[in-house]
Ligand binder design. Structure first.
Ligand SMILES: [Zn+2]
Length: 247
């Protein structure tokens, strides 16, 4: 209780660090002996395996790409998933090779959008067992967003406009479809006439979860919300905090 907390590291004073003011390093919990199951592991349902193709912006024979369920602070946040229920280290050679091709293709597609300087590619995998890679677009000129805090900034910045978001999704989907597969995101001018029905469709496809996952941090569930109570980890079915499009 009276332990002297470690001093905060230098990166808290970097321009890219999103917070300022007095900061303290959190006390680290003791390590658990057995980690709780991730989604799609043990008895936990796999949201990716049960998600229909229309929850995605592009689908192919062995890969699918999906977006968040609404615009976030970055110009584009996408997730690349394998169709097969495999984790990164379990991919057979064919899929491993294709993952490289898909990663490069998706990076190019996102980088081709107006106002995108860089595309960060992340794989955490602490929340779900089913392979999923994150692609985060860093806006051009926003030097403070460079580096590892980009996923935090996604939740901090005001969301981009719905119209811009849909346009970006449609462009990426069309780009991917040039190489095969099926684009499912349409240009916003088509959807524009009935935005409320689209919003209804989207929330329906999110299967009415109360999960308000907006942005990478919440959606990824890589850093789970505190679920209160010591036995939260023992009741994983109650800790659904994210990944709305995959339910
Ligand atoms: Zn799965």
């Amino acid at each position: 209780m009276h332990d002297t907390p470690p001093s905060v590291p230098d990166f808290t004073s970097w321009p890219s660090f999103p917070f300022e003011g007095d900061l303290q390093v959190k006390h680290l919990d003791d390590p658990v002996a057995v980690e709780p199951s991730r989604k799609g592991e043990g008895a936990r349902e796999c949201a990716a395996c049960s998600a229909p193709d229309d929850a995605y912006i592009w689908v192919g024979e062995r890969w699918r790409v999906r977006a968040m369920d609404r615009p976030t602070g970055l110009p584009m946040v996408l997730i690349l998933e394998s169709r097969s229920h495999l984790d990164l280290g379990d991919l057979p050679n064919l899929l491993a090779a294709e993952l490289g091709v898909m990663t490069v293709r998706l990076e190019r597609a996102i980088r081709s959008l107006d106002g995108v300087a860089r595309v960060h590619v992340n794989r955490w995998g602490d929340g779900s067992a089913h392979l999923h890679l994150w692609f985060l677009a860093r806006p051009y000129g926003r030097l403070q967003l460079r580096g590892t805090f980009l996923s935090l900034w996604d939740s901090i910045l005001p969301p981009i406009s719905e119209e811009q978001w849909r346009e970006n999704l449609a462009l990426v989907a069309a780009w991917l479809a040039e190489f095969g597969g099926r684009p499912l995101a349409e240009p916003s001018r088509i959807r524009w006439q009935a935005p409320s029905s689209i919003a209804a469709q989207l929330s329906a496809s999110a299967s009415a979860q109360e999960d308000d996952a907006i942005g990478v941090i919440e959606a990824a569930e890589e850093i789970p919300e505190p679920v209160g109570g010591e036995d939260a980890a023992a009741q994983p079915s109650d800790e659904s905090t994210g990944e709305p499009g995959r339910r």
